[in-house]
Design a protein around this ligand. Structure first.
Ligand code: CP
Length: 316
């Protein structure tokens, strides 16, 4: 694997899922593959799970990591080309990536969307700037439109339920803030590549990017979508059409036990962090059908698979 910018960088996702489930039996079976190599983990935004799981995955492979919080630990970066840098940014992406490529063998980047500049976000301006200027492989730790490490972990978690041909419902849920589309987008793409049946349910104002959801049913009545569901994946996102806006909080879209009772004893999934009793009720999140801990654990193994495949490529 040359880089990991989206889930499509995994050539055969069903096979990769099987390989990760095997890897989980012995996660320390390749302790030397990263020996003598280093990975920079560049964060423009906060993280708990991605920061920890990616670092643990690297350590399992003998790879050293350095975490850099842009702005507080590094100089603010300018991304525009041919610009006069007399504003607040002190370092250009060309020099920043030259420096990082000199010191590190891989660069992992987290950079959320603006949710204001639609075209810039859709172009993956920051992630692609790293990819374009770095001379070492780049890993996406959640970008403007994608969170492929999360969706890969979710694919593994779904496989581990051992439910044959599960009916999966990706449900919009309420949230007080404007939230990116990246987790939902990557979840939909993952279902397509993993050959999982997925249905999306969201209020009419919150349809995702139609280019992403093409061919996937979108149902605007949540309770109808939940009928006979085996897996409910909860996530909030802001409007795509009226980009980044939140019109109405639709508190009634919370996932509670009454709604789970409409399903086929559905498992509950969420990528975390989650706002209790806004997105999902305590009783559902704390129930034995909640898969959040398995999702968290699988974040380590999905990252480990990706890093190992990239190191294999670098060494070949
Ligand atoms: N799910 C996820 O990516 O969590 P963090 O934002 O804490 O990394």
């Amino acid at each position: 694997m040359k880089q990991f910018l989206s889930i499509s960088d995994i050539p055969d996702l069903p096979q990769a899922i099987r390989q990760v489930i095997e890897l989980k039996q012995n996660p320390l079976s390749n302790p030397l593959i990263g020996q003598g190599k280093r990975m920079a983990m560049v964060f423009f935004n906060p993280s708990l799970r991605t920061r920890c799981s990616t670092q643990i995955a690297a350590e399992n492979l003998g790879l050293k990591t350095f975490t850099l919080d842009v702005g507080s630990q590094t100089w603010p970066i300018e991304f525009r080309l041919n610009t006069i840098m007399d504003g607040k940014s002190s370092e250009h992406i060309k020099e920043a990536t030259m420096v990082l490529s000199s010191y590190f063998d891989l660069i992992a980047v987290r950079s959320f969307p603006t949710l204001k500049k639609k075209e810039q976000d859709l172009s993956e301006f920051i992630l692609n700037s790293f990819h374009q200027h770095a001379t070492v492989p780049v890993i996406n730790m959640e970008s403007a439109t994608q969170h492929p490490l999360q969706s890969f972990a979710d694919a593994i978690t779904i496989k581990e339920t051992q439910i044959t041909k599960p009916k999966i419902v990706l449900s919009w849920t309420p949230h007080p803030k404007a939230i990116p589309h990246s987790v939902a987008n990557s979840f939909v793409e993952m279902c397509r590549f993993a050959d999982y049946d997925c249905v999306i349910t969201n209020p009419p104002d919150y349809d995702l990017n139609p280019e992403i959801t093409k061919g996937i049913p979108v149902i605007h009545q949540q309770e109808k979508a939940f009928e006979n569901a085996d897996i409910i994946y909860a996530k909030n996102w802001s409007s795509f059409q009226h980009y980044g806006q939140v019109f109405k909080h639709h508190r009634e879209w919370i996932i509670n036990q009454k709604k789970i009772d409409l399903t086929n004893h559905a498992k509950f999934m969420h990528c975390l962090p989650v706002r209790r009793n806004v997105v999902v009720s305590d009783e559902v999140l704390d129930s034995e059908n909640s898969l959040i801990q398995q999702q968290v654990e699988n974040r380590v193994f999905s990252a480990q698979y990706v890093i190992k495949k990239i190191l294999d490529h670098v060494s070949s």
